[in-house]
Design a protein around this ligand. Structure first.
Ligand code: NAD
Length: 422
């Protein structure tokens, strides 16, 4: 099953449980607009390379399209459609007035120089600028796209439309219209949700062992935040592999080594293992913060964690999800668990629109309130429908989307054909 089929399956299950209007389900089962472009980029050695790029605008019933851009060799239309669809549901779960979109370029960002990345980003903006904008579609960072890339994005867009437009993209550096707290927002939002969930289930933090897959924006801050909260971080990993120590590790030391030497595996805080082994190590909470399709039919029976927090998008396949639910494993689903990122992106956009910037205390207090409200609403739906948290999260989103669709009428879901700009 592809990532997009997996997403449709999650939607269909929830729609059936809540007896959703079939027309609303039909509307949300197709992206509104898809743009595919081939970007010619001059590489440092003088040759021209061509990169396949995408922007999928899934749905705008509740507001402008919103969602990140990833730079990854595996990027394809199926993946971007799935992520774009998830964004519509995530924004609805978080109660923020956006629809869903996503973009990506199939490239190996890790092997590209700063100059090549800048030229690629500017070319991407040239390909999409006519269909995005601060009130229409607002991209953001995702895998291998950094605040610096967002700054180039904003600069190129502002130049093309001849107007300073910080609100066209979020996740920017503070100096060019970024928000305090955006860097840590995805991890911090997940931490607020986990803390509240544990409080409501009388669980103490002390002695809880946590393993975190992925050590980028979401995973590294998650490791540092959970360590600071008193959890015992026993495992971490990046694309090279895992690092494990049952007695606990200091993620700040691991980050220092990763910056100096390149990988978490270079740290002497623990012993190296493979990524596959790490997911199957004994722990209480498994945080998935790398990428999609990590817990699958192949390893689901070996997962020891009792709680899975999905900071990544789509890390658990539908088969594994069903199996783990039957085994009593609680999965705090992606569209809730990582919605802190888009929530602070929304705060950044609000600050850009007002040209007035908030102190960190205000950002964090508003994020905490939004995360707890989203969780409580989902727990209420879970109680009402006696379903999993993932099903309840989709129900929470469908409930808002269905109301918006009925209020707006039938014009609000125009579909366009694929536009290929060579
Ligand atoms: P990132 O590029 O900053 O980091 C990705 C990390 O995952 C890196 O440490 C990389 O080495 C590691 N990785 C890649 N493949 C791996 C593998 N097979 N096993 C273990 N580690 C692997 O990306 P990010 O922004 O942290 O995004 C991670 C996930 O979180 C993605 O699914 C993304 O869509 C999701 N997400 C991110 C945000 C955000 O604000 N950054 C918000 C919501 C969701």
């Amino acid at each position: 099953m592809s990532f997009y089929e997996n997403t449709l399956k999650n939607m269909n299950k929830a729609a059936k449980i809540m007896k959703l209007d079939q027309e609303t389900l039909n509307v949300l089962s197709h992206p509104q607009k898809t743009l595919i472009a081939t970007l010619p980029v001059r590489m440092d050695d003088g040759h021209m390379e061509y990169f396949e790029a995408y922007r999928v605008q899934h749905n705008e019933l509740r507001g402008p399209f919103k969602g990140g851009i990833r730079y990854l060799p595996s990027v394809d239309l199926d993946e971007i459609k799935a992520l774009s669809t998830e964004m519509t549901f995530k924004c609805a779960v978080a109660g923020i007035p956006y629809g869903g979109g996503k973009g990506g370029v199939s490239c190996n960002a890790k092997k590209m120089s700063e100059g090549e990345l800048e030229r690629l980003t500017r070319k991407y903006v040239q390909a999409v600028y006519q269909i995005i904008g601060p009130n229409h579609d607002i991209p953001a960072p995702d895998m291998y796209t950094t605040p610096q890339i967002m700054a180039w994005f904003m600069d190129e867009y502002s130049r093309l439309v001849n107007q300073y437009s910080p609100g066209v993209v979020t996740g920017k550096p503070i100096e060019v219209g970024g928000s305090l707290g955006r860097g840590t927002a995805t991890a911090q939002g997940g931490a607020y949700i986990l803390e509240e969930y544990m409080k409501r289930h009388d669980m103490k933090i002390e002695g809880i062992r946590i393993i975190i897959q992925g050590f980028g924006n979401a995973g590294s801050f998650a490791a540092e935040i959970f360590h600071g909260m008193g959890f015992t971080v026993t495992g971490v990993s990046d694309s090279r592999g895992g690092l494990y120590n049952n007695d606990g590790m200091d993620p700040f030391n691991i980050m220092k080594t990763k910056k100096e030497k390149g990988s978490v595996q270079d740290s002497d805080e623990g012993k190296p293992c493979t990524n596959e082994e790490l997911l199957e190590k004994p722990c209480d909470i498994l945080v998935l913060a790398a990428m999609e399709n990590q817990v699958t039919e192949a390893n689901m029976k070996n997962i020891k964690a009792k709680i899975i927090l999905e900071l990544a998008n789509g890390p658990t396949t539908a088969e594994a999800d069903e199996y783990l639910a039957k085994e009593g494993v609680v999965i705090i689903p992606d569209i809730l668990a990582n919605s802190g990122g888009v929530t602070v992106s929304y705060f950044e956009w609000l600050q850009n629109q007002q040209a007035y910037y908030w102190p960190i205390e205000e950002v964090e207090a508003k994020l905490k309130r939004a995360m707890i409200e989203a969780l409580v609403r989902i727990l209420d739906f879970q109680n009402e429908y006696k379903c999993t948290m993932r099903e309840a999260a989709y129900i929470s989103a469908f409930d808002r989307l269905d109301k918006a669709k009925k209020l707006r009428g039938s014009g609000a879901h125009l579909r366009c054909k694929i536009y290929h700009d060579k």
